[in-house]
Ligand binder design. Structure first.
Ligand code: COA
Length: 226
């Protein structure tokens, strides 16, 4: 998306839902988001159902994802390794999560048990950004939801950002979801314009905005108009 279009979108406050169905969908999304943020038992039941479903239908995508190990070039020329995270990454991953202290945190607790779970759970595809010294500096998580969609998100240390790396990682995983024909969503809190800039720069489009966040869908998942 061009910078002027992004600024216009930000100034307009997003894309309001149109029609009764879209309003209803917005309310449902807000509700699920809230339950997730509170780690509510209802969300945990929903998550468990998604894990079971992913175990059945998501295995092939998981196998392809686990082969991703590539180099991203940051805007300042730094070379960053971007690869699927495996159970052996648990110490570095748990340590990174424990040190995250920014406002928009990942959609799960940051304790050691969760780090362990995210690296193993059938509906989660975690990818790490490693700097030149091999240190884990951020991660991208794809979470699979019934029936055939994922939500993508990126969380990295502040001094790692501003170099196009979120967009570069998202382009790699968007290719995976494009090939798998998965609807690839991102949710961005209203006002979090760095995140909105990264998502729209990597090929996501705002499809609706509710009272709390923008819902974006990758352009490969949008209905074809012709
Ligand atoms: C938000 C975050 C993911 C962005 O990552 P990043 O690596 O800095 O993103 P990128 O550099 O790939 O892209 C950011 C884009 O947004 C633009 N941008 C940044 N701030 C902006 C603002 N206030 N308004 C409009 N655009 C902005 C940048 O210019 C860049 O676009 P460009 O490539 O056209 O210049 C990262 O800062 C982060 O992890 N923050 C903490 C966790 C978090 O908030 N995660 C997102 C949860 S929704």
């Amino acid at each position: 998306m061009a910078r002027e279009d992004l600024e216009r979108l930000i100034a307009a406050g997003g894309v309001p839902p149109r029609g009764a169905l879209a309003h209803l969908l917005c309310r449902a999304e807000e509700w699920i988001y809230e339950l997730n943020a509170r780690d509510h038992w209802v969300f945990r039941v929903y998550e468990r159902a998604n894990v079971a479903w992913a175990g059945l239908v998501f295995r092939g995508v998981r196998r392809k994802a686990s082969a991703i190990d590539t180099e991203l070039v940051a805007r300042d020329g730094a070379r960053i390794r971007f690869r699927f995270l495996v159970p052996g990454d648990e110490p570095a991953f748990a340590d990174m999560l424990a040190r995250f202290d920014f406002e928009n945190l990942p959609p799960h607790p940051l304790d050691r048990a969760t780090a362990r779970r995210v690296l193993r759970q059938a509906n989660c595809l975690p990818f790490g950004y490693f700097d030149a010294r091999g240190a884990l500096r951020g991660y991208l998580l794809l979470r699979f939801f019934f029936p055939w969609r994922v939500t993508s998100g990126v969380w990295s240390f502040p001094d790692f950002g501003g170099r196009g790396l979120t967009q570069a990682g998202l382009r790699v995983t968007a290719e995976l979801t494009r090939q798998a024909r998965l609807a690839d969503y991102i949710t961005v809190p209203v006002g979090h314009n760095a995140s909105l800039g990264a998502a729209t720069g990597a090929g996501w489009v705002v499809v609706r905005t509710n009272r709390r966040f923008h819902v974006l869908l990758n352009e490969h998942s949008l209905p074809q108009s012709d």
